[in-house]
Design a protein around this ligand. Structure first.
Ligand SMILES: [Zn+2]
Length: 306
């Protein structure tokens, strides 16, 4: 088998760390970057991390290269670009499917609503925070990191400082926090949780290896805090009539292509919900991004200090 290094090309295996091979699925896009990263970990029996979308070409490539060695199939979370191929891979290899749990019930909201979850995901085995998977000569440890998805796991290759981050941290594209399953306050806590572990390298679900995890995690936190400040300011400027999530997007995302605005609306909604929960904003309906949001006056006792 020819192994190439550092090339973000679908279908071409690349050894990104000792005993870790990345195979990119052929699903490039605005949200997926070069495509979903599938990782194969181990030396004899392999754990496959993130099977990817239900794609014939990706399935054939995985089975052709690694089929008889796959011992475990692990999904970081149940979004449609990460877990669906687990079913056909299980059928072909017999390997158990492992994940935090099934997807949350669908709660699609609004005219641009999309359910990003793989409704049929049903793991044979569940992994929770701190649970380990023994691959023989190496182990994987689960780190529960809700926020992008409530059932999101990062996975650490024990003793190496290498963290598989799924969509919790990406390289080259933005992590979307889409309520109601996505939660901005919880996401920020999970970023702090990963930062506190001090990973040495991050193998993300999309894009290239991250060689400076501390710097990237600090930048993620800084960016979200700055965006939250901008969202609160936009609501405050709108006055007592209030403003919708889509209107905040029009103000704050002028430099972002318009086809990304529906996605940005979700991230703004996630910020609005967090600010509401902290008592800083008033929501006509917290479950509806298009109902008006307005600022709570600074002297109001219901306004908690963030
Ligand atoms: Zn995702």
């Amino acid at each position: 088998m020819t192994v190439h290094h550092g090339e973000l090309v679908a279908g071409v295996p690349a050894e990104v760390a000792p005993g870790v091979v990345r195979l990119i699925a052929p699903n490039p896009g605005r949200m997926t970057g070069p495509g979903t990263n599938t990782y194969l970990v181990g030396s004899d029996r392999l754990a496959l991390i993130d099977p990817g979308p239900d794609d014939d070409v990706h399935l054939a490539r995985i089975v052709d290269l690694f089929g008889d060695r796959i011992g475990w199939i692990l999904a970081t979370h149940t979004h449609i670009d990460h877990s669906p191929l687990s079913r056909r891979l299980h059928d072909m290899t017999g390997a158990p499917v492992i994940g935090f749990g099934p997807p949350p019930p669908s709660r699609v909201v609004g005219p641009t609503g999309i359910d990003p979850h793989d409704a049929d995901f049903a793991p044979h085995r569940r992994m929770g925070d701190g649970d380990r998977l023994d691959l023989g000569d190496v182990q994987l440890e689960a780190v529960w990191t809700p926020g992008h998805a409530s059932n999101h796991l990062c996975v650490e290759l024990t003793g190496t400082g290498l963290l598989f981050s799924g969509d919790h941290v990406m390289s080259g594209s933005t992590v979307v926090i889409a309520p109601p399953d996505g939660d901005m306050a919880v996401y920020l806590e999970s970023l702090e949780k990963v930062k506190a572990r001090g990973p040495r390298r991050i193998a993300p679900g999309h894009g290239a290896m991250i060689e400076d995890p501390a710097g990237v995690l600090d930048e993620y936190l800084r960016h979200r805090i700055e965006r939250e400040r901008q969202v609160e300011q936009a609501v405050r400027q709108a006055g007592s009539a209030g403003v919708t999530a889509a209107q905040v997007v029009e103000v704050l995302y002028q430099d972002v292509p318009e086809d990304l605005h529906p996605v940005a609306r979700y991230s703004v909604w996630a910020h609005l919900r967090k600010l509401h929960d902290e008592g800083r904003l008033i929501a006509a309906d917290r479950e509806d991004p298009d109902a008006p949001w307005s600022a709570r006056p600074p002297g109001d006792p219901r306004r908690r200090q963030a």
